[in-house]
Write a protein that binds this ligand. Sequence first.
Ligand SMILES: Cc1ncc(COP(=O)(O)O)c(C=O)c1O
Length: 373
Amino acid sequence: MLPFTRPSIDDAERQAVSEVLASGWLASGPRVEALEQGLEDYLGGGVSVRVFSSATGALEAALLASGVGPGDEVIVPAMSFVATANVVVRFGAIPVFVDVDLVSRNLVIENVERALTPRTRALLPVHFAGRGVDLAALYALAEYHDLRVIEDAAQAIGTAVEGRRVGASGNPVCFSFHPNKNMTTIEGGALASNDAALIRRIERIRFHGIERGADGAMDVPEWGGKMNLPDVGAAIGLVQLSRLDGFNARRRQLARRYIERLPNHPALLLPADVPGHSWHMFCVCIDYEMLGTTRAELQQRLQERGIGTGIHYPAMHLFSLYRGYGYAPGDFPVAERIGEQTLTLPLFPAMTDHDVDRVCNALEALLTTEVEA
Ligand SMILES: Cc1ncc(COP(=O)(O)O)c(C=O)c1O
């Protein structure tokens, strides 16, 4: 069975965990500091990095530390994992969805512009599936309207935009190290920023609001949560970080092979290969109606051939929670089409070329028989 994703865990990760377990220090400690340093070196741009127990925590801390609060509007693409919108409502702000581009699945700058109101406080772009957002246009807009940008780079560790790593912009950028991501700490995340004051607040928010004075005395100047990453996860992350460029290079090769070998079929829409793409996922759109079938049926047929697939994602504004904010079907036709038609094909570094060919052949056979049937 070929799953749609699988983490690459080796003896080096096992050894690193066993060393932490033997050290007697399991919670946040020296490995966390080493991973933060490693990520700072990796991202470049002189940013500081703080690791978290999840990207969700990192995003929440970034919003709170940026002063986003009750009644503020935050612009969010309608196509993402639901965490992107949930973190906005966490502290009483309002997610304002915008439609996305059909191929990149990233937000469209003109749609962002149209959604601005006097209450807009921040933009929350998502680098979908490892494809970088057009940051130059987005930051120009944000600067013009004096808006904070917090990048949701949960799916984009290793992505570059115009030759610069996502995470090096200096603004808050949040990564996820969930097991499905391009590198993992089991669960985990990180926030990168070059704003020293923001980093200081982030550290407090990450751990109970606690601040230590020069003499070690403890104070709690504001609310904080419990979002620190344990050293066990950080030890895995350090090994994964050393393998990340290799993982991403292999992902790129596999994605290119898919693009070359998948059939040119009117019911099939492929993602595009662009420079700097880290290929977190390979998501296609399929017009099941044109084929006279359903997504569930096609997934079942692929499953019978030993091929796992995923759905990333339903459009967020159609979840009950967000319909409660007044959203309805028809609001964002592109995100809705992606939500209905998307299918994630297997993509992970340990896959072989033969695995890709097997998926391409199976899909081609199904597309042809469905049309003929
Ligand atoms: C776009 C996006 N944002 C946020 C998250 C949340 O990440 P985490 O699971 O590390 O909290 C994810 C996780 O899949 C994601 O894909």
